[in-house]
Design a protein around this ligand. Sequence first.
Ligand SMILES: *Cc1c(COP(=O)(O)O)cnc(C)c1O
Length: 388
Amino acid sequence: MIYLDNNATTKPDPRVVEAMLPSLREAYGNAASRSHPFGWAAEEAVETARGRVAALIGADPREIVWTSGATESDNLALKGVAEAYADRGDHLVTAATEHKAVLDAARHLERQGKRVTILPVDKFGVVDLDALRDSLTERTVLVSVMLANNEVGTLAPLAEISRLCREHGILFHTDATQGVGKVPVDVEALGVDLMSFTAHKMYGPKGVGALYVRRRNPRVRLTAQMDGGGHERGMRSGTLNVPGIVGFGAAAELCRQEMARDAAHTCRLRDRLHEGIQSGLDGVALNGHPTERLPNTLNLRFEDVEADALLLGMPQVALSSGSACTSASVEPSHVLRALGLTDAQARSSLRFSLGRFTTEEEIDRVAERVVHEAARLRRLAPERVLTA
Ligand SMILES: *Cc1c(COP(=O)(O)O)cnc(C)c1O
């Protein structure tokens, strides 16, 4: 099998797995236990990881809140801010191409009486800055725009968005799940107030994530969405997932050291894949931004070819048509629709997402398989060319 679905999840780096083993075996203490060495060791491991994760994004360790993943971080950011700032306003702004964790959290708040603006994007998936400017009101408390899109990889102009938010005294959250570990992310340079990300998209384990919460200029308030023992300075109760957090810390440290190499590697192979497919096949178009894009992501549209049929013809290649998070449903991707694609075009699109462990040999085999299968499918149904 060839794994090209790294935007859905990554293989845990063997060095991450190794780092986690002690806390699964003998160092199994509860990080909140203050009365014995088991607890102290666990707390120390958690704080080491907190420092590593904070260092990767240019944050203070005290600004990192552990969660169960980016879905929880997104929910905590949107709902936590909406509740904490209810006295100041009732309006949130986000974009059409956001992950469902953001869009559905916003929809939930809308049902509770908040007002939500969903911004359009251009054909590359870049949010409309004029529409954003026009949407801001006295009652706006939060803007949430993702750093990099999970389906097409388009990067957002976050520094410009955060400047607009600052000018209006509005908090800015970004779902940076696909960016952290792949491209340099610095919370100060980007001017973000809250930021979601997760370990399993950067060679760490599943079930552990983080929410960055700014502590000064401004100090962000957040209403906890999980009540309990008051862990994580009251923002997120629950016994910490120590092995997961240790793995997250190890993954963050590896990304900090190897990100430039990983990015150059995936970018070179991604462009090789693109060229290999395009040189062997007509009617292939790129979805997403040609340059302002994640180094590992290639989303292609194959004229007159059903992406799912293409996948069936390449059982040895693991990749996604549409978003992995919604591929259980038959609906065409909301992201591709927001970029202006028709249902048929969305259904003709495949996402190739490469990673640290992808090899050149794999890429050459996939390019060959895609060209062969797409050409075969077109020969089988030539009449579709006429009706498309
Ligand atoms: C994967 C992903 C999520 C969800 O992360 P989990 O840790 O699986 O909950 C949220 N946002 C984006 C952009 C993602 O790619």
